[in-house]
Ligand binder design. Structure first.
Ligand SMILES: Nc1ncnc2c1ncn2[C@@H]1O[C@H](COP(=O)(O)OP(=O)(O)OP(=O)(O)O)[C@@H](O)[C@H]1O
Length: 255
């Protein structure tokens, strides 16, 4: 079943003080099935963050359609956006975005507090998630008392606590050492195996190799896509690296 369908998406930035326009997304088309784990790769400036920001309803599109379970994100009223975001989407960012003055537990529960969820319901949801993410011993600590890998696990717990339809991750391993990165990616793989749909922007071929499909963006368009299929992560990583080389050569020819 299709969860997300992006059609003819365009994003043009217009400077406030200049007449110069930047066409960050020219014509993006792709769809994501429920339960997929999709990575988005591309060179710096290719439009990945612009795309993710529109999927996250943090920015508006210039043209095109983004349908999530039949609802067009580009048409949601401003007054409904925060509720929509909370009910449908979970976010994981490179720099964790945890609140320093809140304990790990309060950080994780924050989206439920904001939607006035009863305390018993919050406690019921917390326990399985912190156990799954192996942070059950840390929930009374503050973010500055735990490691980067543990902070990112707390951020994933916060993203999952609302049971989002779609988990969006922007360079989630970007600030982690290789051991914490691997552990986080194994967690993503496990939550995906349990049915969670994930879209992840990454520069890391190793990270992308954990997903089922990689979309390559160049000059604001989806240039290529590859599926993991039955390949091992190492075999898929080789395929991703080869595709990135082709993409880089193509980029040089365009310059
Ligand atoms: N707010 C903005 N105003 C003007 N131009 C912008 C803005 N945000 C991004 N751009 C431009 O849009 C293009 C795409 O940028 P974007 O950040 O989406 O690329 P990216 O693929 O995420 O890059 P990176 O990998 O470096 O994060 C770039 O040319 C960038 O300079």
């Amino acid at each position: 079943m299709t969860l997300l369908e992006v059609t003819h998406l365009k994003k043009t930035y217009t400077g406030i003080f200049s007449t110069q326009e930047v066409q960050a997304l020219k014509d993006i088309n792709f769809s994501v099935e429920k339960g997929e784990f999709v990575s988005i790769m591309g060179e710096s400036g290719s439009g990945k963050t612009s795309l993710l920001n529109i999927l996250a309803t943090l920015d508006t599109a210039t043209a095109g359609e983004v349908m999530l379970e039949g609802k067009d994100l580009t048409q949601i009223k401003d007054s409904e956006i925060s509720n929509f975001r909370r009910d449908y989407l979970g976010f994981v960012f490179q720099d964790f975005n945890l609140l320093d003055n809140f304990s790990i537990k309060d950080n994780i529960l924050l989206p439920l507090v904001l939607s006035n969820t009863p305390i018993t319901e919050m406690e019921n949801r917390l326990m399985p998630i912190i156990q799954k993410l192996k942070i059950d011993g840390l929930i009374n600590h503050y973010p500055y008392e735990v490691s980067g890998g543990q902070k990112q696990r707390a951020a994933v717990a916060r993203a999952l606590i609302t049971n989002p339809k779609l988990l969006l991750a922007d360079e989630p391993t970007g600030a982690l050492d290789s051991k914490s990165s691997q552990s986080l990616l194994e967690t993503f793989e496990a939550i995906n195996d349990a049915g969670q749909t994930i879209i992840m922007v990454t520069h890391s071929t190793r990270a992308a190799a954990y997903s089922n499909r990689v979309l390559f963006i160049q000059d604001g368009e989806v240039y290529h896509e590859i599926y993991r299929g039955e390949q091992t992560p190492d075999q898929f990583m080789d395929k991703i690296s080869q595709a990135l080389v082709v993409l880089a050569n193509r980029g040089e020819q365009h310059e």
